[in-house]
Ligand binder design. Structure first.
Ligand code: HEC
Length: 248
């Protein structure tokens, strides 16, 4: 028997409305949807696989997100339209454990509208705390730290930044600006470790670079930025790679 998901999403919508739209973020209640957001809402409803899953968490107020379960879209960090483009086309290149299916069959216009609607569900995130060098945890020097940072990079960063760190990951070309080229030694030498750590913690405003503070521990963030710095020093990197291969 084929169970239609549409009645479920309709029921969830009724539940939200029955709560007086209290669960919608403030701007959604006081400002009408723009034509683009409205188009996105129609696509959200039409793609019943998407909406029936997500409406359940939107309609059940209060609870914290359970890892591995469908997240409450209102609690996700703010995302840029190009982040959505990359994520909707290739979810696991952006978030490796995402259970989402690809929406690459939607047209670019439809994805843009869907992204506008999804952004509208968000509350603004609080401004990030400034980070100084003393907030960055110590990590093991040498191959041990390199290897740990490398695994984190290959899990969480490679989809955008690419294996060689130059920004050519599977979804890198969908982003604007494209991911930073870490092999650019002139750029890298001007960056402080505190800056690299804070971008990895809180994301980079107005770009698709996501915040990792809820995904990686401070130690893991420290390991991965120390690994990233090797891209700008090909000789040191080669030496580490050789030791890495020999250790395997
Ligand atoms: C969804 C794609 C995406 C993922 C995943 C991603 N990045 Fe980025 N990253 C970007 C983009 C886009 C930029 C911004 C480039 C620019 O501003 O020119 C960026 C920039 C950066 C920068 C430089 C900041 C600057 O001023 O340009 C660092 C450092 C960085 N990313 C680290 C990481 C690390 C570490 C990971 C994994 C833990 C990661 N990124 C995962 C897309 C991504």
């Amino acid at each position: 028997m084929r169970i239609s998901l549409l009645p479920i999403s309709f029921l969830c919508l009724v539940l939200i409305l029955a709560q007086g739209c209290d669960q919608w973020p403030e701007p959604a209640r006081i400002r009408a949807l723009t034509p683009l957001e409205e188009k996105g809402w129609k696509i959200f409803e039409r793609e019943s696989c998407f909406s029936s899953c997500h409406l359940q968490t939107i309609a059940s107020p209060g609870g914290e997100d359970v890892p591995g379960f469908v997240p409450d879209l209102r609690k996700r960090p703010n995302r840029t339209p190009d982040w959505y483009l990359a994520y909707l086309i290739n979810p696991r290149a952006v978030l490796p454990f995402s259970p989402m299916t690809s929406y690459g069959y939607l047209s670019r216009d439809e994805i843009e509208a869907l992204a506008a609607f999804l952004s509208r569900l968000k509350k603004d995130s609080p401004a990030p705390e400034p980070i100084s060098t003393k907030d960055i945890p110590e990590t093991p020097p040498g191959i041990e730290g390199y290897q740990a940072g490398r695994s984190i990079f290959f899990m969480y960063c490679v989809g955008c930044h690419g294996e060689s760190g130059s920004g050519g990951g599977p979804v890198g070309h969908l982003l604007s600006p494209e991911p930073r080229d870490f092999t650019d030694a002139i750029w890298m030498n001007k960056q402080t470790e505190a800056y690299l750590f804070s971008v990895t913690t809180d994301g980079k405003p107005d770009t698709a670079m996501p915040p990792f503070k809820d995904i990686l521990t401070a130690k893991e963030r420290a390991l991965v930025i120390r690994y990233v710095q090797f891209f700008a020093d090909p000789v040191a990197r080669e030496r580490m790679e050789l030791r890495f291969v020999l250790k395997q």
